[in-house]
Design a protein around this ligand. Structure first.
Ligand code: UD2
Ligand code: MN
Length: 630
């Protein structure tokens, strides 16, 4: 009887109490299945031609079930995946000092990651792979931005990130930073377009990561062949459905409230194209540096350049937060109304791989009655590399081809200035541009002369009579002038275990002189080192301790002109098991002696607690001139 009762109770409990629970489980289950379906679908996109609409669209009708579910964020702890923290247990964010220690090479495997990273991505992948996907960034906006408020009904965005052979860590940090820094209600979706990357298993790894870790707003698609960044963006745009498209490079980190000001600007008028300020992520150290407020221009070689704003521009404080009208965009990062993007001709699909599309879209926007502004309160960091780590499939110069296309379509007679600078470009085949000429006609766009007169009046023309054109208006380099070094310590740089001192082989004035260990002699200028607050070691306050980092041959420590930009001349005291060593963040290694034909030179090697690596800067004030010490 008691048993029967308990069964009845159990049944009634099931019926009444848990009904909502069961319905809930069913609902969540359905949503999950749909999500899985959509992501699967995105991975299986068949090699469509780029002109046809990717079939992912057909799987999207249920999306509303989950796309507005903010709770999908942070579903699982992403730390379980490859989100390696600093090996020394430091919680690295943007503290420069800690960041510098993050690049330390501890094993040959670290060395391999670093070398391969520089070769394939042209940045320090060892640091990138050790940095958190969620690192904090300094808020680089002007203080006034903090008090700006935005309307509550901002449009939603589809963020499109195209990549080709991108480093896993850089790509995922880009994606995570967007998720971390964007209010879910504004982020409709992130579309990650793999432009047929060749890196082994990269696509599968990313697919798995997205599947397991990331919220369902992320869609990964792979182009059927290498399209180049221009057509890859169009491929992504066709899949996107939010009101505003936001393009990002695949090695960015967005900053606080980055999206709101862009969306607000796009919402004011659908012809407004909004660009964030592009902050600098240093490709060697991953330090995040705020960029000054400047605008975009170009030179007659059709290269993008930054132009300073006229003097007095910032007299009114408000100017620090108001949109800055810009004649051109750098290219990678901008927000644009989706319909407007399509109506005004997306990009020129005849352009290949890289280059020129940024000037093309800039000219087109202005000449066809749109506008282009840099929005100071929106900031996005971008890894600026010293070289492009990939080429085009047959080694073509796509920049020249693309520039020819844009010049022929948009620049009217002014193309002659381009040819004046690049006469050899006349013989290069730039394909058929009929479509684009028709587009210009259809949109009834203004002339290039109009553009120069009203949008870029500060542009100067090269002198046609003169073979070598006059230099364009000179702008001051944005590099700040070098401050005078502050010396924090002076003395011998002493190798502890041998008691010998670091000195130059040649004269203290001679650049490239190698450094070696010798008996310490007081008052000897060739041994008088000064440590600066910039982590330089200057010999007799003249030349700097420098090391050329090479993974194939020995890297000799030597004297070089002090350049003041860290790198090969930055030396940080670091202690490992009481061995105090000089660590060079640029190479990730420490200073160490090595013997070569009877002389003890200095080089760099993996930092260990071997006493051979132990140095100190010892004041030699009190030692009488000429006296030998140990
Ligand atoms: C700048 C722009 C870049 C683009 C380029 C001119 C910024 C910050 N960057 O060069 O967006 O406008 O000027 O064309 O303004 N990619 C592909 N397929 C390819 C090659 C590249 O998807 O075949 C991706 C690449 O992984 C990256 C993006 O396109 O995410 C831009 O390439 P980049 O970073 O090499 O260009 P960048 O920053 O030197
Ligand atoms: Mn880039």
């Amino acid at each position: 009887m008691r048993e029967k009762l308990s069964i009845m109770r159990w049944k009634s409990f099931l019926c009444f109490k848990s009904l909502p629970l069961i319905v809930g489980i069913f609902f969540v289950g359905t949503v999950y299945v749909i999500n899985v379906y959509v992501i699967h679908y995105s991975l299986q996109l068949s090699p469509d031609s780029i002109s046809s609409r990717p079939r992912l669209i057909s799987g999207r009708k249920h999306e509303s079930l989950y796309l507005d579910k903010d709770s999908t964020y942070g579903r699982r702890d992403s730390h379980q995946y490859n989100d390696i923290k600093d090996p020394d247990g430091l919680d690295i964010f943007y503290d420069t000092f800690k960041l510098q220690l993050l690049g330390i090479i501890k094993t040959p495997e670290d060395q391999r990651i670093r070398d391969e990273g520089y070769r394939e991505h042209a940045f320090n992948e060892l640091i990138s792979s050790r940095l958190s996907f969620h690192r904090k960034l300094p808020d680089s906006r002007h203080k006034l931005c903090e008090s700006v408020t935005y309307q509550s009904d901002l449009p939603q965005a589809s963020v499109i990130i195209c990549f080709y052979n991108e480093a896993w860590s850089a790509l995922l940090r880009t994606v995570h930073s967007v998720i971390d820094k964007t209010p879910p209600r504004l982020l409709y979706e992130i579309i990650v377009v793999d432009d047929y990357s060749q890196n082994e298993n990269l696509h599968e790894k990313i697919a798995e990561y997205i599947w397991n870790i990331l919220p369902h707003k992320i869609k990964l698609v792979r182009t059927p062949q290498r399209l180049g960044l221009i057509r890859a963006r169009m491929y992504g745009a066709r899949i996107a459905t939010a009101e505003v498209l936001v393009f990002l490079d695949s090695h960015c980190e967005v900053n606080v409230k980055w999206l709101e000001p862009l969306l607000a600007r796009a919402a004011e008028n659908r012809r407004n194209v909004a660009i964030p300020v592009i902050d600098i992520i240093n490709s060697d150290s991953f330090e995040y540096e705020a960029s000054p407020l400047v605008k975009g221009g170009f030179n007659w070689g059709l290269h993008f350049r930054w132009d300073h704003l006229p003097s007095g521009y910032f007299n009114e404080k408000e100017a620090m937060i108001l949109p800055i009208e810009t004649p051109t965009m750098a290219g990678g990062l901008f927000a644009i109304n989706r319909q407007y993007f399509f109506e005004m001709g997306q990009y020129d699909s005849g352009m290949d791989i890289w280059g020129g599309e940024n000037l093309e879209i800039s000219f087109r926007i202005w000449q066809c009655r749109g506008r282009l502004d840099i929005i100071p309160c929106s900031r996005v960091g971008h890894i600026f590399r010293k070289r492009r780590p990939y080429g085009s499939p047959n080694g073509e110069d796509t920049m020249t081809k693309n520039s020819l296309r844009l010049a022929h379509v948009w620049m009217d007679d002014y193309i002659k200035y381009y040819f004046q600078l690049k006469p050899q470009a006349r013989n290069i085949n730039y394909g058929n541009i009929t479509d684009r000429l028709e587009l210009r006609k259809k949109l009834n766009c203004n002339s290039f002369e109009w553009y120069l007169k009203y949008i870029y009046p500060e542009q100067t023309l090269p002198d046609m009579d003169n073979k070598s054109p006059k230099p364009l208006k000179k702008y001051k380099k944005s590099q700040p002038a070098r401050n005078k070094a502050t010396y924090i310590n002076t003395g011998w740089l002493k190798h502890k275990s041998s008691g010998l001192c670091v000195q130059t082989e040649g004269d203290i004035y001679v650049k490239k002189s190698l450094l070696l260990l010798a008996d310490c002699i007081a008052g000897n200028q060739t041994q008088e080192w000064s440590e600066t607050n910039d982590h330089e070691f200057q010999l007799s306050k003249l030349l700097c301790l420098d090391v050329e980092s090479s993974s194939v041959s020995n890297s000799y420590a030597r004297l070089m002109k002090c350049h003041g930009s860290g790198g090969s001349q930055s030396w940080i005291w670091r202690s490992q098991n009481k061995v105090s060593q000089l660590y060079n963040p640029a190479s990730g290694k420490c200073l160490v002696p090595f013997h070569d034909a009877g002389t003890t030179y200095l080089t760099i090697a993996i930092c260990t607690d071997n006493p051979e690596m132990s140095f100190k800067l010892q004041s030699n004030d009190k030692i009488p001139h000429g006296q030998l010490t140990m």
